[in-house]
Design a protein around this ligand. Sequence first.
Ligand code: GDP
Ligand code: ZN
Length: 347
Amino acid sequence: MSWWEADDDEDDVFDEADVRVRPNPKANRPRTKRRPAHEDAVIGRVLGVDRGRYRVLIDEDGPEERETTAARARELRKTAIVTGDRARVVGDTSGDDGTLGRIVGIEERTSLLRRSADDTDQVERVIVANADQMLVVVAAADPPPRPRLVDRYLVAALDAGIRPLMVVTKTDLADPGEFLAHFDGLDDLRVFRSAHGAAPTAEIGRALAGHSTVFVGHSGVGKSTLVNALVPDAGRATGHVNTVTGRGRHTSSSTVSLRYRGAAGSGWVIDTPGVRSFGLGHVDPANVLGAYPDLAEAAEDCPRGCTHLPGAPECAIQAAADAGRIGSSRVDSLQRLLETFAAREDY
Ligand code: GDP
Ligand code: ZN
């Protein structure tokens, strides 16, 4: 069992039917006693979840801003409520010590970042709601960068409609040039590089202002160090990673929202625990190609229904790679992901 499952409330298994929040035509019928209208509900931002208790920020930036603790109503038993969700809370929302509100619903999400245990696992885990950016934290060395893991982060972000950014840490230890060349084809990808062992926090901060940015990265890349530099009172535990288990001492910590306040304005940093794998079982294979704009462009010349897999007849992506117009590592990366989906069809 990975730490994700260990951390997850069993009820948090994502179920499309359970989290559908679009207005439904029957919604205006008189409500029964069993489903009260909750007109007195206040809406707040879910900052974090711990053993079935949600920390919810109410009246954000308002005169009565406060953090409350809430449990979820019984009717939401099967609904995944995650960091970043906008929750409707009733009951005691004073935030006073010992009080507990009740979450009776969640607002429609603008984005949803999900993962599954592996590519063939249809059970999805919801990580973060309503993020509009993803900052992928990669180390130039120690641990060595893993282009394929980064590809997976990027695909997950693009599939969810989340804009990816990248920061390369530990450039004092190695030159990330070769690694970064792997992403040359992703024109939209903004990359920040640390210099002399320090991340360009002012520059990153400007990109965070006005956004909700989820930070992802393999354990040990320096993500907590970066979060602490950006959000001085974050207090995220940093430390050496056990290279055998891949676990740092803070891997049990859960996903939390932290407020970034900088010269350019405020924003939200959503810190996730170090992810060792990133399954894409929930991604529509057709969306994978969309994560590679250069390859998608080349694919316009592919025969209809082209799989783009190695050996696919007249595949224009393969032809472009053979002609040196596209880096073969990118085609290789795309093909590996597509092969994963091809294998999944057999299940
Ligand atoms: P996390 O697991 O991604 O949260 O990583 P941490 O922030 O705990 O950092 C792991 C280790 O890398 C710590 O010992 C940090 O001091 C170190 N570290 C972080 N950033 C840098 C950097 O830019 N250069 C070097 N040399 N070490 C760094
Ligand atoms: Zn093709």
